[in-house]
Design a protein around this ligand. Structure first.
Ligand SMILES: [Zn+2]
Length: 483
């Protein structure tokens, strides 16, 4: 609310037009504010006949432990972009009960005493989804420092808690975490968050990278002897279709929500060429058969055109990076409904920070060769109608800056609403979670964010999220205006 008691963004000349009487926000404030001409009369604590008591303001979750998905509240939205519809709605209320959205509409019949979060001056959107993060570890791990070999699982999870909290504060209430070196530390973090013992987004985890020896998901490094690398950092390293099949099954059995394969070379890895295949089509096929039989999706890391096609033809659900995809690959992705998870914001970071920080020249050279092509591929994919999901590779750059990807997507030609859907309803579909996240709609979790202003006019506003609600619990909101 502004100082004059008007909803932010309201036109004061309209509100104060002579001869008009308005009662503003009386239910929420428990006071009547009557505008008569230009004079404002405030009847403090004078309830209007038939008016309910002032609604409580929902508290902010301050720490752990807490009971996840237990929140009940009503959110008044100035503007709602629900993640599904093509047009925003104005002045609707979202009623969240026991963590899930119960109803969205005008004039809802709310139970007396329901806490109210007044976002009538904001644009409300679904909680955002990042389809490609690595919450465990430090950004500096991109260069495989020696400390990484010695870190305990608890130390890894400690970094994950910090990164998870930063991600949630940035408005990302769900992530697909696509790989850790230290096996299953991602599962530990996921389980803590789900139990209310850590603050962070909902997570799908992979458990480990399924990768070839020396491949893009292997820590094998010219600086270390292979024998010095602990086995838990190489849990998914395999060769041959049968070995991959067994490792994929083990990942499913131990609690992976999604399987991650490294089909072609990586940029932040020693040896290997990003454009060249590392896994054979048979190895890729073996993993996907196991995953799909168990109802899990497969995220395939592939920069190179050949590996992208191999992964699509084998049935991968998403292609990560997809930098060097060719027209045949784009057509195949569109035909088979395979989504591309292209991360464009991290290249700027690697260039800006990686070079002065002394990233190995090999990494910088690979990045320079591949990443500009990725932006061109993104534009072409969008023009051709290939499904695209929001992805950042946060972990190779700082957590909490995920939304920096949005202006790049829009800059590459994507409509702002499509960029928002890529990070909400479309992402949810490719996670297999469209029953629970990705939209402000009845039955889904009460996960939403709010920004001041209109992100359809300025997508960069999503970098400044004022409000984060997850499971009906408020994790971030502006201080309530003085009453
Ligand atoms: Zn990644």
């Amino acid at each position: 609310m502004t100082e004059a008691g008007l909803p932010a963004g309201a036109d004061p000349t309209e509100q104060g037009r002579p001869g008009r009487f308005r009662i503003l926000d009386a239910v929420l404030k428990g006071t009547a504010v009557i505008l008569i001409g230009s004079a404002t009369l405030i009847l403090a604590a004078a309830p209007i006949a038939g008016c309910v008591r002032p609604a409580p303001v929902p508290p902010v979750v301050e720490g752990i432990p807490f009971e996840p998905d237990s929140g009940t509240l009503a959110v008044r939205c100035g503007r709602l972009i629900d993640g599904l519809a093509d047009e925003p709605r104005q002045n609707v209320t979202v009623w969240i009960e026991h963590g899930r959205v119960r109803e969205v509409g005008e004039d809802l019949d709310l139970p007396d005493g329901t806490p109210v979060l007044d976002l009538s001056g904001h644009t409300v959107l679904p909680g955002l989804i990042d389809m490609h993060t690595h919450l465990i570890g430090e950004v500096e791990d991109s260069t495989f420092p020696k400390e990484m070999l010695k870190r305990s699982a608890d130390e890894e999870v400690a970094s994950g808690r910090r990164n998870a909290a930063a991600t949630l504060q940035a408005g990302f209430t769900t992530v697909r975490d696509v790989g850790v070196y230290h096996a299953w530390t991602d599962r530990m973090l996921r389980d803590e968050i789900n139990a209310g013992r850590a603050v962070g987004p909902r997570m799908q985890v992979a458990g480990y990278y399924l990768t070839t020896p020396g491949g893009g998901g292997d820590v094998l490094n010219p600086a270390y002897k292979e024998s010095d690398i602990p086995a838990h950092l190489r849990s998914g390293v395999s060769r041959g279709a049968e070995a991959f099949r067994a490792k994929a099954q083990e990942a499913v059995d131990k609690g992976a929500d999604v399987l991650k394969i490294i089909a072609s070379g990586a940029i932040l890895a020693f040896g290997g060429v990003p454009g060249s295949p590392e896994m054979t089509p048979e190895e890729i096929q073996a993993v996907i058969e196991v995953a799909h039989a168990a109802g899990r999706k497969v995220a395939a890391h592939a920069h190179g055109a050949q590996s992208i096609k191999d992964a699509i033809l084998a049935g991968a659900d998403t292609i990560e990076h997809a930098s060097l995809i060719d027209d045949e690959g784009l057509r195949l992705a569109r035909e088979r409904g395979v989504a591309l998870a292209m991360d464009m914001s991290d290249d700027g970071y690697i260039e800006r920070v990686g070079r002065p920080a002394g990233y190995p020249q090999e990494f910088l050279d690979k990045m320079a060769a591949v990443l500009p092509r990725q932006r061109e591929s993104f534009t072409r994919a969008y023009q051709m109608g290939v499904p695209l999901v929001f992805a950042t590779d946060a972990g190779t750059y700082p957590h909490g800056e995920n939304a920096y990807e949005f202006p790049i997507m829009v800059g590459q030609g994507m409509k702002p609403l499509d960029a928002i859907k890529a990070a909400t309803s479309v992402a949810a579909r490719y996670m297999g979670w469209e029953d629970r996240v990705g939209a402000v709609a009845p039955g889904r979790f009460g996960d939403l964010i709010a920004v001041s202003g209109d992100p359809l006019a300025d997508i960069a506003l999503l970098r400044r999220v004022d409000v984060v609600v997850k499971g009906g619990l408020v994790f971030k909101r502006p201080e309530p205006a003085a009453r």
